[in-house]
Design a protein around this ligand. Structure first.
Ligand SMILES: [Zn+2]
Length: 317
């Protein structure tokens, strides 16, 4: 039994629920705020609160993901000090306290109960579980349900995000991939300093580690994230079918890597299964994602914090 428990624990290091909306969706939402357009600082600001999401093995993971989604005052102060209002606008649009991630994760605007992404992940989760259970049973896995259950609850959420990102790039905004790429390539060299100024002090105190060490942790993670955004933008720029193939391959590699390093060594999934899962997510979201996103935009444009920043940006011109 302990082997199974260990395996489940080791599987739970897959990308976490805190992503909420995918990067392309965040960028798209930010582009519709105060008619800002595709200003790179705005776009990068809208995705950067997720900069630590890839560092799921870090002991600081939970804390950093939490503060980047909830502690907004210091970021606002630091970016306003540098007069980077567009960056501030993007960043503030993302948060889970009252921003876009709230509608994804906790409180959807058009469907009831939970957040949009959370609700949709539950629905496709059971379909994915059934497929995975069949797959692992065929590979002779003992208790395939347990593995299928752990894995499906981890991947359903990112699959919904990816599906909405794909829908955004296909039907709403074909330049969103290029916007992500150029925002990450052109991100100012002093942007990581804003993250450091806003968060390093508190983290250093909380974990009793030197501030220089926290600085390195933040800067390295931001650098990895920046590269991942460029890579993701490049993938989104391909045509629809190729984008799905590439994303399916990425996801498959990630899962097989974790299976290989767990006690389920030897069992695996194929890109074909992953493609099927992506299509489950697309089918589940295609009829109502647009409404949820446009309601989220309307809601954000009415927020006092957003309106204030829009005014500051207009004044700056
Ligand atoms: Zn997020």
């Amino acid at each position: 039994m302990y082997v199974i428990i260990f395996t489940i624990l080791s599987l739970l290091v897959l990308p976490n629920n805190l992503f909420a909306w995918g990067s392309a969706t965040h960028a798209y939402i930010a582009k519709q705020l105060c008619e800002e357009g595709s200003e790179p600082l705005l776009i990068y600001g809208s995705v950067i609160p997720d900069f630590f999401n890839q560092e799921h093995n870090s002991v600081y993971y939970d804390q950093i993901a939490k503060i980047t989604h909830y502690k907004l005052e210091k970021i606002k102060k630091e970016s306003n000090k540098r007069k980077l209002f567009e960056f501030s606008l993007g960043y503030l649009s993302h948060n889970e306290k009252w921003g876009a991630d709230l509608t994804a994760h906790k409180k959807a605007r058009t469907i009831y109960k939970k957040g949009y992404v959370a609700e949709k992940s539950n629905i496709i989760g059971s379909k994915i579980r059934t497929e995975l259970e069949k797959n692992f049973a065929n590979q002779g896995v003992l208790f395939p349900f347990i593995l299928a259950n752990a894995l499906s609850s981890e991947i359903a959420h990112p699959l919904i995000e990816i599906a909405v990102d794909l829908e955004i790039k296909t039907y709403e905004d074909t330049s969103i991939g290029s916007d992500l790429i150029s925002s990450a390539i052109n991100r100012r060299d002093d942007l990581p300093d804003i993250l450091v100024s806003a968060y390093a002090g508190d983290l250093s105190k909380k974990y009793k580690i030197p501030k220089t060490e926290v600085m390195d942790i933040i800067k390295n993670a931001e650098n990895n994230f920046r590269e991942a955004i460029i890579k993701y933008g490049v993938i989104l720029n391909y045509d629809y079918d190729l984008t799905i193939d590439l994303l399916a391959k990425e996801g498959t590699d990630l899962i097989n890597y974790f299976l290989e390093s767990s006690s389920y060594k030897g069992c695996s999934i194929t890109p074909e299964i992953m493609k099927k899962f992506i299509n489950f997510a697309i089918d589940e979201t295609k009829n109502d994602y647009q409404k949820e996103i446009s309601e989220t935009i309307k809601y954000l444009n009415k927020r006092r914090e957003i309106k204030q920043l829009c005014k500051k940006i207009q004044k700056q011109r």
